[in-house]
Design a protein around this ligand. Structure first.
Ligand code: SAH
Length: 270
């Protein structure tokens, strides 16, 4: 599937501008999964989720807004066609509360309840693209399922997707979202992703959607040789870190963009 094929595409430059016109108000370390320089969070209020969306009732055409979002991601440096195509296919509005649906295609993290956020589209695209640079990983683990949006995008890119979430209510919510969209090939687990998912390791890639002070050792040891991990690291100042496993005993590490993610926490929240 091509990502830039829409009859109204030429009219979308203005739409893109207005989509990105919100301010920086409301950003904090606790409530966003965003890139520092371009992040926008419009509402600090956590909201519960609902399974069914009638987006067209809001007078919005989600396909058109998704195309505008993908165009914007391309302009922001995401060039991997597999990622852009997947971002165009997943209805992000189906993963947020109906009250926030009209903002689902803004360049922003949005609250999903339980003090957590759905990651900013750029962050989702960047992290997936960052593990695809040396070839397409087959078996991929996401730590921090949240509402299931990133896992859904990943399911269009990778042959096998695993995702783990420590908050029971979010795990249930993600399961329902993926069921409604018939993306049941994603294997969800309720557990502490800081210890990884040993029963399904090794992974060719691991994407971590929450920031720890240090990247957990258990995760890097669950990479296959040649496997790549991407994770935010740090407290208030965070960076995306990419780690590649070179051999049984050696890993290389690279720092990428400055970001702001919700914290990686140990243990379960029933
Ligand atoms: N991937 C999500 C982002 C969710 S926000 C998206 O598609 O938008 C980050 C998520 O990481 C939260 O749901 C949080 O509960 C979860 N999390 C934090 N620490 C975790 C851990 N140790 N194991 C599993 N999930 C964790």
């Amino acid at each position: 599937m091509q990502w830039l094929k829409h009859p109204r595409l030429s009219a979308s430059a203005k739409d893109i501008k207005s989509l990105g016109a919100r301010g920086l108000k409301g950003i904090s370390a606790a409530n966003s999964n965003t890139k520092i320089s371009i992040s926008r969070l419009s509402s600090p209020n956590a909201a519960p989720n609902a399974p069914l969306r009638t987006f067209e009732n809001l007078g919005l055409n989600s396909e058109r807004l998704r195309i505008a979002m993908v165009e914007r991601l391309h302009a922001q440096g995401i060039s991997d066609e597999r990622v852009l195509s997947a971002m165009q296919r997943v209805p992000r509005h189906a993963f947020v509360d109906e009250a926030l649906a009209s903002r689902a295609y803004d360049d922003a993290a949005l609250p999903i309840g339980h003090g957590q956020t759905i990651s900013q589209p750029w962050v989702v695209a960047r992290m997936i693209a960052a593990v695809c640079e040396l070839g397409l990983p087959a078996r991929v683990l996401e730590v921090g399922t949240g509402c299931g949006y990133q896992a859904a995008v990943m399911s269009y890119v990778f042959p096998q997707v695993y995702s783990i979430e420590r908050i029971r209510a979010l795990y249930d919510m993600a399961k329902e979202h993926l069921r409604v969209l018939q993306l049941t090939k994603v294997r969800l687990s309720y557990g502490d992703g800081m210890v990884g998912l040993a029963s399904s390791a090794p992974f060719d890639a691991i994407i971590v959607a929450a920031a720890g002070l240090k990247i957990p050792q258990a995760l890097v040891t669950q990479l296959s040789i040649g496997g790549v991990l991407i994770a935010p690291e740090g407290a208030s100042a965070q960076k995306l870190i990419r780690i590649q496993r070179n051999s049984e005993t050696s890993w290389s590490r690279q720092e990428l963009e400055e970001v702001r993610f919700v914290p990686l926490k140990s243990g379960l929240q029933p």
